[in-house]
Design a binder for this molecule. Structure first.
Ligand SMILES: NC(=O)c1ccc[n+]([C@@H]2O[C@H](COP(=O)([O-])OP(=O)(O)OC[C@H]3O[C@@H](n4cnc5c(N)ncnc54)[C@H](OP(=O)(O)O)[C@@H]3O)[C@@H](O)[C@H]2O)c1
Length: 305
């Protein structure tokens, strides 16, 4: 495993981060714990979760799996999505953040979160309120670093302005979606992060499994796959994307690697990205995905992707 500094912080994270949004639903607790332990054996030192994933079960499973080795692992969790119907069960108000950190710490069976993300921008809550709350959590020792997810460059810039004005801790990283089929962040967010030396942990590197080549047009999803569990996954696909997949499959074949490895290696070769956050439904998948670190894609090949 290789490690990289997360933005301007002193934190060193593995170049593959483990995702966990399927733990406790499609993947039961026993299977999820096996996946986590395999990831740690392979040198992965950062696990990504959120208060909202599988109604808190993902955090609980991670808490159980890390018993006795908490301090060796970086836990990243998030707040800000709807966790209930009430008006204060969503967003980035002081009340909601403080309620949710209490729950996350309990579920994760820990007294600190390494990286605490705002899950999405909240247009209704003043940024000052959210950022002052996060700063308090750092001062209290409940959170070590803060980050944001699904923020646009202008929203991070605005947050930085507030932090400078109030002398608060700033986000060290951002978590956007990024993969061979979704490259929107290349125009603005990635150059911004490079300029600001922000860490970038990207999600859905395999587009939920679509980039592994397991799905084909007019064929039912394979048994046990995410799309069988959640048919909405394939509804997002358009005709063009199936032909893009064929091309990716061809390139992977030429390089003698799997499609998953090619998709992950393509992200890893981007110097602005710190690490992709990769989900898995078995320990074997984690191992296959970590081997993407050995895959080299030259400039000519990259242009064909
Ligand atoms: N911040 C946000 O808003 C946000 C949003 C989404 C996700 N995330 C984070 O990002 C993580 C990754 O995203 P994701 O899990 O949705 O998508 P992903 O990493 O693109 O896809 C993971 C899925 O692909 C399949 N897979 C993985 N490796 C494989 C391999 N080698 N061979 C065959 N199939 C393989 C598995 O599904 P099956 O085997 O079941 O088909 C696995 O669950 C999440 O777990 C979560 O932590 C964050």
């Amino acid at each position: 495993m290789n490690y990289k500094q997360l933005g301007k912080s002193g934190l060193k994270v593995s170049r593959i981060c483990l995702g966990s949004n399927n733990f406790g639903a499609q993947i039961d607790e026993t299977a999820a714990i096996k996946i986590i332990l395999k990831a740690l054996d392979l040198g992965i030192n950062i696990i990504d979760t959120a208060d909202i994933y599988t109604h808190g079960k993902s955090e609980e499973i991670i808490g159980k799996a890390l018993k006795g080795r908490r301090d060796d692992v970086i836990i990243a969790t998030k707040v800000g999505m709807n966790v209930g119907q009430g008006p204060n069960q969503t967003g980035l108000s002081r009340k909601h953040i403080l309620n949710q950190i209490k729950r996350s710490l309990k579920s994760l069976e820990t007294d600190y979160i390494d990286v605490y993300y705002l899950h999405r921008f909240d247009l209704e809550t003043p940024l000052d309120e959210s950022l002052l709350t996060l700063n308090d959590l750092i001062r209290e020792g409940k959170v070590r670093y803060i980050a944001c997810s699904n923020f646009a460059a202008w929203q991070i810039a605005k947050s930085y302005e507030v932090c400078e004005r109030l002398d608060l801790e700033k986000f060290i990283a951002v978590q956007p979606p990024y993969n061979l089929l979704q490259r929107g962040i290349e125009n603005e967010l990635l150059p911004f992060c490079q300029q600001e030396m922000m860490g970038v942990l990207t999600y859905t590197p395999l587009r939920g499994g679509i980039l592994t080549g397991k799905y084909a047009k007019n064929r039912p999803p394979p048994a046990g796959s995410r799309a069988e569990f959640n048919p909405r996954l394939l509804e997002r696909m358009d005709k063009n994307e199936y032909s893009i997949l064929e091309n990716i499959q061809g390139v992977a074949k030429c390089l003698g690697v799997t499609m998953s490895q090619l998709a992950i290696a393509w992200i890893l070769r981007n110097p602005i990205v710190t690490a992709p956050i990769v989900g898995a439904s078995s320990p074997e998948q984690v191992e296959e995905n970590c081997n993407a670190l050995e895959v080299k894609i030259d400039d000519e090949t990259s242009k064909t992707l």
